[in-house]
Design a protein around this ligand. Sequence first.
Ligand code: 5GP
Length: 271
Amino acid sequence: MASLPTGPPISFPATKGVLLSVVWIGLCCIAKINAGGDLGRVIGIGNNEREFDYFKLSLIWPGTSCAATPRHCCSSNACCRRSDAPTGFTIHGLWPDYSDGTWPACCPGKKFDVNVISSLLSTMNKYWPSLSCDSNISNCYGGTGLFWEHEWEKHGTCSSPVVRDEYDYFVKTLDLYFKYNVTEVLKKAGYVASNSEKYPLEGIISAIQTAFHVTPELQCSGNSIDELRLCFSKDLKLTDCEAESSTKSVLINSETSCPKYVRLPEVVSSI
Ligand code: 5GP
């Protein structure tokens, strides 16, 4: 894929910036209450959290995700695109994580503005679509909003200094997604979407290891692959998810979550 356009410079007057910072700190206190069901693993929301250790690029297998959620169709839900529904892994998000198995979330930063990424929207709609209705996606502040808003506010804001701003977050994530084409690697190894086939988990892991020389992390829902995650150092070089996390073995993690034989279901576009 051709390289993505560079972002517009974003600036605002200093006085406005001070005011915004005050509002932001207030909002962050609210976020602490509303950050979602994974608070046990989320660290420090506010100004004091330490810098993250590494990134996880989390990819969704839409066939599994779309089957798992009740099919509420709306314009934002790519599960309902019939023949245009996604056929390979789509992006969930780029997540800054700590090596101890926890992660920061909802850090101070600018609120999501869809206009900032207007030049990326056609690519985003195709490769980073929402797989549910946006009205079901919570933001950091007790409301709901776009899937992209959720990912930027929850994860993107905690990705500095590697990620400079919202535009940079989405461009860097798309770049990594296209550079390391997991769907293509699995396809070449014979692992394609199917509602009848089951594939050896080990075969899928070793196809990624052979192509990228790192071990991914896998998450299953029942016997279907739900997510595949690639890990990156802060200079955005591929790294073993296992090496990055001091707390648990990724292989054990993948094997606990997934059975020995797994499925990659097709999206069944019923509506
Ligand atoms: P999101 O909120 O971005 O849609 O999904 C992130 C969810 O994935 C979190 O709520 C958390 O429960 C789960 N998760 C599992 N492993 C990780 C991880 O290593 N890092 C982060 N940030 N979230 C993880």
